[in-house]
Design a protein around this ligand. Structure first.
Ligand code: BTN
Length: 292
């Protein structure tokens, strides 16, 4: 990967450090360890703060997804990166960042493809709440946001995985995952995509820090939301906990998805027309016919 393409990110102050690995365990893990080291150095009063920082790997040997799932990233064909920063936001605003990341990726990919492959309909790129990007019924990007807190500060790590130039997926993954190469038929520049995504993400974070609300992306997010005004199944994540006395069947209720509110929660309408909101830590959402 030609990291020089990313140098303009320093000029716009989107990053203060870029770490590139041809192979590492997980870029989120690299980011986490660096933050812990920075904190130690600060305690001894000779540390230098280098956030925001961008970690990029060609290959991850232990890529991680949400809910402790593994994330396949053992080839140099995708974007496996983590963006770490100290947001000027109250902790209750942090879940919103993950939604901003999905907007940044959607905008970045759309801008890139519009220039390189105008015949591809970028309207097909959608968000599955809270932050998966899908094309058709298959996932093209996943985002894992983690919070690293200490006594008096906290940092956020936004881990982004995009399937870019993967020619095909093995086994059952081929029904669930897709790549930009598969969809557009064109090899895409990972460097240019990273540049576009991180520039947009840093701009969105700045706007969020000023407004402290997701109002400014609400319309765009809901227009990209694949489940908007469609029937969805809500799955309570606590039923995966073995100690739970709840029955899975109690939670497989169908609702109509009515989009997100300005905190990033999903609004769902039951059969009597009552609307409630659910947060991404508590529940997962499935379409009535499968993943989306
Ligand atoms: C998901 O959809 O479950 C989230 C996937 C997040 C994958 C990215 S790849 C870069 C970063 N490093 C990791 O180990 N995970 C994230």
């Amino acid at each position: 990967m030609n990291i020089d393409t990313l140098k303009p990110l320093y000029n716009i102050e989107a990053v203060r450090k870029i770490e590139y690995y041809s192979e590492t365990d997980s870029t989120n893990q690299r980011a986490k360890e660096d933050i812990r080291n920075i904190e130690k150095n600060e305690e001894s009063e000779n540390g230098s703060l280098e956030l925001p920082c961008l970690y990029i790997a060609d290959i991850q040997t232990a890529g991680r997804g949400r809910m402790g799932r593994p994330w396949k990233s053992d080839s140099g064909e995708g974007i496996w990166m983590s963006y770490s920063f100290r947001p000027k936001l109250a902790p209750d605003k942090i879940p919103g960042i993950t939604l901003l990341a999905s907007i940044a990726v959607a905008r970045g990919i759309s801008e890139y493809i519009k220039n390189k492959e105008p015949s591809f309909n970028v309207g097909e790129i959608k968000i599955k709440w809270p932050n998966d990007l899908v094309i058709g019924t298959k996932k093209v990007c996943g985002i894992l946001t983690e919070l690293v807190s200490s006594d008096d500060s906290y940092s956020v790590i936004c881990g982004i995985g995009v399937n870019v130039n993967t020619p095909s997926f093995p086994g059952e993954l081929q029904d669930k995952a897709t790549s930009l190469l598969i969809e557009t038929g064109k090899v895409c520049s990972r460097e240019t995509l990273i540049y576009l995504i991180i520039r947009k993400l840093s701009e969105l974070i700045e706007e969020y820090e000023i407004s402290e609300s997701l109002d400014f992306i609400l319309e765009e997010y809901n227009s990209l939301l694949i489940s908007m005004n469609k029937e969805v199944i809500i799955i309570d994540n606590s039923i995966t906990n073995n100690n739970s006395t709840k029955k899975q069947s109690d939670y497989l209720n169908t609702f109509i998805s009515r989009g997100i509110n300005n905190t990033g929660a999903l609004l769902i309408e039951d059969s009597s027309g009552n609307i409630s909101s659910v947060s991404s830590g508590e529940v997962s959402v499935r379409g009535i016919y499968g993943y989306v």
